[in-house]
Write a protein that binds this ligand. Sequence first.
Ligand code: GRF
Length: 197
Amino acid sequence: MSENDFGVVVLISGSGSNLQAIIDAQLPIGLRAVISNRADAYGLERARQAGIPTEVIDHREFADRTSFDRALQARIDHYQPRLVVLAGFMRILTDEFVNHYRGRMINIHPSLLPKYRGINTHARAIEAGESEAGCSVHWVSPELDAGPVILQAKVPIHPGDSADTLAARVLEQEHKIYPEAIRRIANGEIDRQEKRH
Ligand code: GRF
């Protein structure tokens, strides 16, 4: 596979440490654009430093979720990616948007799915007395954090862990499995299960 054969667009809202891990992995996938719904997302700076085109589409400028998602879709499709990567993109997506990218959009979630969908995953895992936590890369389907899992990593929960100490331990693993999952998908090693549904 040579550069740009594949084509990836990454969506972010914040720090972009997962984006950085994907950049640093230097995969020959063609990172065509990074799009953020927030102009102050630090991940945009990371993209610029890596020479990747950036765009901001501010959701507050749209009347509703559908019109924002349609505008976002138009910008993504401009780059003709074969894979859309959600990397800390803090938006609930419409079914219309999700279905458009079915089988070609992935997300990373900071829990061992199917456990702890949604937010505050680390606090909830600690509260429940779990002995381990982790992260999951999964295909995106209309139900939140419920699409088929591609890759997971586990970490122990130590006595005295706070949500923050656990989040940091999990994030280290996110930075390993997200580039690895993308590499495998681009290499055709992962079955795109979503397409069959
Ligand atoms: C990560 O915890 C990821 O699991 C979640 O959002 C966070 C993004 O962090 N989906 P970053 O912007 O990649 O640093």
